[in-house]
Write a protein that binds this ligand. Structure first.
Ligand code: PLP
Length: 415
């Protein structure tokens, strides 16, 4: 008889949260949906859906350039999202928040507008072995163009970053230290405070990929003192197609535009163009206005529950999940990091990760299978794919128990 870990108590505010997400009421394969694919994209609360509907039904208009009522209302609503994001991250002010399509575009923006003019052949860009492709490929492209070198810090077998090695790779030619805060594949929480401190001591700018941490814990960019931080709205209960880049104002001021077009200019003539100050300099063309409005509603939603409460609860839930999965026959965890958030990867001898995902789907359980845009990390563990369960504030121990029970069936049938 296997000892079951004690399930974490669900705080009152989170018991009700499940009701706020209409999709969680639907069935899949004739069973109630159990959604454990939150690292790929979270579900949206009714309040975010309503805010977007309200915008399209009653306020729809282009922003920034109109003087009529709808345009001024839409502009105010969109800019309100920027103000809320600045407060959410404790940025100095809203000019440090650039709207982008998401984490990927934010990293590409930094690569083009910040780093490209600073690097030449032989310079170095530092990342880790557990990065998402979004924090690898833009740097590789830049290295290809400039002759710069991508340095990759190793990780330990348990999935922890070898932080000493990461820091020891910071040298006189390192032009940027980029690091994922929380691994989307194996859930490792990296010691970004130590990394940022070490980089600052060596005057190396830092970029934090917070795509998998911003929805699970409080982030304070002034306390962290990173130069850049990137995130995606759709992973934090908000719409797809919008996210952001936090950048220190001094850094943003030093950067050239990323794309050219309307709204980012001060004046245009055929002799030359001048640009607006940040953040608008980096936001060419009509933005994702409804997305911004969804961001504002999403932040209100998260704050109405409280980030500390979400973090405490999720930490207990992910520990519960890791302990249960670890003692499930036939299941092998990939990565057992000393500090975990959000996600757990596993494999089974009985079935390939994709088959696990397909079988679980017939039980109404949504997990992700594949390389999770982390092919180098998969290679590090000698595998091509994992199944991954990832949680959000609306998950509970019953979801985990259902997952474990279904994996037990997979083991019995095919193991
Ligand atoms: N970084 C991490 C750690 C991620 O998990 C993801 C998406 O899964 C990204 C970056 C890219 O995010 P997006 O596809 O929303 O731009």
């Amino acid at each position: 008889m296997i000892d079951r870990p004690t399930p974490p108590p669900i705080p009152e505010a989170l018991k009700r949260a499940r009701e706020d997400f209409p999709i969680l009421k639907r069935e899949v394969s004739g069973k109630p949906l159990i959604y454990l694919d939150n690292a790929a994209s979270t579900q949206k609360p009714q309040s975010v859906i309503d805010a977007i509907t309200q915008y399209y039904a009653y306020e729809n208009s282009n922003i920034h350039r109109g003087v009529h009522l709808l345009s001024t209302e839409a502009t105010a609503a969109y800019e309100n999202a920027r103000t809320k994001l600045a407060a959410y991250l404790n940025a100095n002010d809203e000019s440090e928040i650039v709207f982008t399509r998401g984490a990927t575009e934010s990293i590409n923006l930094v690569a083009h507008s910040f780093l490209a003019p600073l690097v030449s052949a032989g310079d170095e860009i530092l990342i880790s072995h557990m990065e998402h492709h979004a924090n690898i490929v833009p740097w590789q492209l830049l290295c290809e163009r400039t002759g710069a070198v991508l340095k990759v810090a190793p990780i330990f077998d348990n999935g922890d970053l070898d932080t000493d090695s990461y820091i020891s790779l910071m040298g006189p030619r390192t032009k940027l230290a980029a690091i994922v805060h929380v691994s989307n594949s194996i859930g490792t929480v990296n010691p970004i405070e130590r990394i940022i401190e070490a980089a600052k001591d060596r005057s190396i700018p830092t970029l934090i990929d917070s795509a998998q941490s911003i929805q699970h814990m409080k982030l304070d960019v002034q306390v962290l003192d990173c130069d850049f931080l990137v995130f995606s709205g759709h992973k934090m209960f908000m719409p797809t197609g919008i996210g952001g880049l936090y950048g220190k104002r001094a850094k943003l001021d030093s950067m050239r535009p990323y794309q050219g077009g309307g709204d980012m200019i001060a004046h245009v003539s055929f002799d030359g163009t001048t640009f607006k100050a940040p953040p608008y300099r980096f936001e060419a063309g009509t933005p994702h206005i409804a997305g911004g409005i969804g961001i504002a509603a999403g932040i209100d939603y998260i704050e109405s529950i409280g980030r500390d409460l979400i973090h405490d609860y999720e930490t207990q839930l992910i520990d519960y999940a890791a302990n249960r999965l670890k003692s499930t026959a036939g299941v092998r965890l990939i990565g057992e990091p000393s500090n975990r958030a959000g996600a757990i990867s596993f494999v089974m001898n009985a079935a390939h990760a994709h088959d696990i995902g397909t079988i679980l789907d017939t039980e109404g359980i949504a997990v992700r299978s594949g390389h999770h845009c982390c092919e180098p990390l998969m290679k590090r563990f000698g595998i091509s794919a994992t199944a991954r369960a990832s949680i959000a504030l609306y998950n509970n121990h019953e979801d985990i128990d259902a997952l474990v029970e279904s994996l037990g069936k997979v083991h019995q049938l095919f193991g």
